[in-house]
Design a protein around this ligand. Structure first.
Ligand SMILES: Cc1cc2nc3c(=O)[nH]c(=O)nc-3n(C[C@H](O)[C@H](O)[C@H](O)COP(=O)(O)OP(=O)(O)OC[C@H]3O[C@@H](n4cnc5c(N)ncnc54)[C@H](O)[C@@H]3O)c2cc1C
Length: 415
């Protein structure tokens, strides 16, 4: 007998697990296939946004989440212009959560996975890599996968949802088109020990020629350093001492511990991409999150967008999947709902690439003799009318179109 489920979710990242939890609470049989054995991968962002915090409250998970070790970010440094960052006050946000929380993403994903396991119709299979799609009469009817022990199998489903991120194998196998947008940068990703008196939460450092993000993960900083796209091999050839000098120029307080980065093996290259599918669905198949629209790390908004996609998809699709009859119109409703916030957010990221990241990467801006930078018009406006800071705060911490849990998925925290 072939294996069967109602909804096959490919990928146990933020989009996949949130989708599976909400669908399972709607009584839908859902199986998540995640290619890794655990969620322990340090390339994932750590941000949990204000709108996701509200969603966790609605799902009855807020109390458990707030009991997890975390860092609360109330003032968000945003590089709004080359040369300097501007600190936005998240206290201006509407709603109960006027902050972003930093939690290692694997802990957030474990919380969602635990919530899923409370539902009898939820299954999470780790160490299972999806390798292709099953099709019948022009419709996707499930996936082909490779198990942890190397054996292959098939899982049939009324609906398959690609939540397998920016290098989505499902999207590749679907033949659906993707529109790529140019991105000027890649990221070096590495760890540096953190000491008790160091900054907490998050910081962004930017000067005329470089940009660096420091994420406080308790005992260490996860550091992201922006390099020009395609320059990794050339910069590595300059040697690890040159690397340490670059980092120390932006974060002098780290200079005496950069020895912890012992060599290039400790510095991972994260290739940044930004793309979007013109159409997110085919008969029997839907793509959401980074699989439908890979996000740049700018603004740290990709996780939020992925989660919002998942909630909207679960709201529209729980009933059709439950009936075992998912029409193209049902899938189109998800894209119609989520296309505008995706377009707006990606357009702002592309603008930031052009106005901030590209100039930084083009090297010293020649703004004089090292004196203070002249604030851009936008920075001056935000300083003069501080309440306007609510706009970037809203876009980053809440998102262009926040979604709320459907009534069938809501629980009180005691349940
Ligand atoms: C350097 C960098 C830093 C970033 N920092 C932030 C940040 O701080 N905040 C933020 O909001 N966003 C950040 N982003 C963007 C964010 O990481 C993504 O937008 C977000 O993770 C998308 O979530 P997702 O669930 O769609 O996909 P992913 O998080 O990529 O999850 C995909 C999952 O699918 C699994 N998978 C992949 N292929 C298969 C397969 N064939 N079979 C089964 N499973 C598979 C993967 O193992 C993974 O678990 C960053 C991006 C980059 C590049």
């Amino acid at each position: 007998m072939p294996e069967r489920t109602g909804c096959c979710v490919v990928g146990g990242g933020p989009a996949g697990l949130m989708l599976a939890v909400v669908l399972a609470r709607g009584g839908v049989a859902v199986t998540v296939l995640e290619k890794h054995d655990d969620f322990l991968r340090d390339f994932r962002g750590d941000t949990v946004h204000a709108s996701t915090l509200t969603l966790l409250d609605e799902l009855g998970l807020g109390e458990r989440f707030s009991a997890m070790p975390q860092r609360v970010v109330q003032h968000l440094p945003l590089p709004l212009q080359a040369g300097t960052s501007f600190v936005v006050d998240l206290g201006l946000l509407p709603g109960p959560h006027k902050h972003i929380v930093m939690v290692p993403q694997w802990e957030f994903l474990e919380l969602l996975a635990d919530a899923g396991r409370q539902e009898p119709s939820f299954t999470l299979r780790r160490g299972v890599e999806v390798t292709g799609l099953l099709r019948e009469h022009g419709r996707v009817v499930g996936v082909r996968y490779l198990d942890a022990d190397g054996s292959d199998g098939e899982l049939r489903a009324a609906l398959t949802v690609a939540c397998d991120g920016r290098t989505s194998a499902v999207r590749g196998a679907s033949g659906l088109r993707v529109r790529e947008f140019g991105v000027p940068m890649d990221i070096w990703w590495f760890r540096v020990p953190r000491r008790g008196a160091d900054l907490q939460g998050l910081d962004v450092r930017v000067d005329d020629a470089a940009l660096l993000v420091m994420i406080d993960r308790g005992g260490y900083f996860q550091v992201g350093y922006q390099i020009r796209k395609g320059s990794d091999a050339r910069l590595r050839a300059e040697g690890i001492e040159a690397f340490r000098r670059r980092i120390a120029a932006l974060a002098p307080e780290l200079a005496d511990r950069l020895g912890a980065v012992r060599g290039w093996d400790d510095v991972k290259l994260l290739a940044v991409r930004l793309d979007r599918m013109p159409r997110w669905f085919d008969p029997g198949l839907l793509c959401i999150g980074d699989a439908a629209h890979a996000m740049s790390p700018v603004g740290g908004v990709g996780i939020n967008l992925a989660i919002q996609d998942a909630v909207a998809a679960a709201r529209y699709l729980a009933a059709p999947v439950g009936r075992g009859e998912v029409r193209l119109g049902d899938l189109a409703r998800v894209q119609v709902r989520r296309w505008a916030p995706t377009f707006v957010t990606q357009s702002l990221q592309r603008l930031a690439h052009r106005l901030v990241f590209q100039p930084v990467l083009s090297g010293p801006l020649g703004q004089g003799d090292g004196g203070p930078h002249r604030p851009s018009r936008l920075t001056r406006l935000l300083r003069r009318f501080p309440r306007l800071q609510a706009i970037p705060a809203y876009i980053v911490a809440i998102g262009a179109l926040p979604e709320h849990a459907p009534s069938f998925a809501r629980r009180s925290s005691s349940e």
